[in-house]
Design a protein around this ligand. Structure first.
Ligand SMILES: [Zn+2]
Ligand SMILES: [Zn+2]
Length: 346
């Protein structure tokens, strides 16, 4: 029996209940969940902000757990091993994006780890629960000795920032500007710093600016600061992690010729762009969505090798609603993670 925190309808009201996972298939692994990160997109899905919400819904897509049961065809995994599951729980495995490791762009649509249907049409419940069942192709090994709670948010938040840093070849010759210092931003700083880049951070909060420097940013500025002028034409990449409506046009001038502003936050309102800021500077506006399974595995190893992880506030399952409220207000340092240990003892 799976103990889970479930929404009966769109909103933020969760109730503790039991749900039935699909029966363990030959390729499936059951995880006893230890931790699940709380991602902003849990709130978006819970509130049905983008439509298509499937209720009752159990959110959660940053899961870390221990393998407790395996189907007969599962290979390369053992009972007791610590593994993670991020946003992707299945995909067709045959289309060009799947074959090139971009399962998140699967042409038939990938199966999200919650609020989604698996290939047999069964609705997927997420990781605010005592266990999870998933095809072993979609597991992310967690390195030995890792702090499991700090690793959980990497399964969505970490890969979301790692993918564009890799795609745009961020390294020692790169000057990167990170917009927003929240769940994604604080991870982007750490990854980019570990890759050797110069990191500039823009945040309105003085406390967050201090944290940005502690996490490896060379400079952290208020978006209204005059000092920002010194960075005009200096940045190779701007990683925009802000999930609220905001002004993009203020930022394009920081890019050198050919520089890119990449959105990873997903505001649900329109953003306006003044075309001359792109055309005259040979600049571009990009977007990047999570990342594939191979890259997620690579990201996890990279994070552990560099001793980085999310800065977290650990909450108990009966505190999720309060955490959601604080997340909605932007009041979290920097990612909530649910301690699921108590659920498996129920
Ligand atoms: Zn997420
Ligand atoms: Zn596919």
């Amino acid at each position: 029996m799976t103990v889970a925190y479930q929404l009966e309808e769109a909103g933020t009201r969760l109730s503790k209940t039991t749900v039935e996972r699909r029966p363990l298939g030959p390729r499936d692994v059951r995880l006893d969940l230890k931790y699940c990160g709380i991602c902003h997109s849990d709130l978006v899905a819970a509130g049905d902000k983008l439509g298509g919400g499937m209720y009752p819904m159990v959110p959660g897509h940053e899961m870390v757990g221990v393998v407790s049961e395996m189907g007969v065809q599962v290979e390369g995994v053992s009972i007791g091993e610590v593994v993670g599951v991020g946003c992707i729980a299945d995909s067709c495995r045959r289309c060009q994006p799947c074959e090139s490791g971009d399962e998140h762009y699967c042409e038939t649509g990938f199966t999200l780890s919650f609020n989604s249907k698996d290939p047999e049409g069964r609705v997927n419940y997420g990781g605010y629960a005592s266990d999870y069942v998933v095809d072993y192709d979609y597991l992310v090994p967690i390195p030995d000795g890792a702090d499991l709670a700090r690793m959980a948010p990497l399964l969505c938040g970490g890969i979301t920032v790692y993918t564009p840093l890799k795609r745009f070849k961020v390294g020692p010759d790169t000057t990167l500007c990170v917009l927003g210092m929240g769940g994604l931003g604080h991870l982007a700083i750490q990854f980019a710093n570990a890759m050797g880049a110069r990191v500039l951070v823009a945040s309105r909060s003085a406390a967050k600016r201090a944290d940005a420097k502690r996490l490896g940013a060379e400079l952290a500025l208020d978006p209204e600061s005059e000092e920002l002028q010194e960075w005009v034409g200096q940045c190779d990449l701007i990683l925009d992690t802000i999930s609220n409506p905001h002004d993009l046009n203020q930022w394009f001038p920081l890019l050198r010729r050919g520089g890119k502003l990449c959105l990873v936050g997903v505001p649900t309102d329109q953003l306006q762009v003044f075309p001359a800021l792109i055309v005259f500077g040979d600049r571009s506006l990009e977007g990047s969505l999570i990342g594939g399974i191979a890259d997620t595995r690579e990201m996890m190893q990279f994070a552990h090798a560099h001793g980085l992880g999310a800065e977290i506030e650990l909450v108990q399952p009966d505190e999720i609603e309060g955490a959601w409220h604080r997340l909605h207000e932007g009041d979290v340092q920097y990612r909530f993670v649910i301690d699921l240990e108590s659920l498996s003892n129920d």
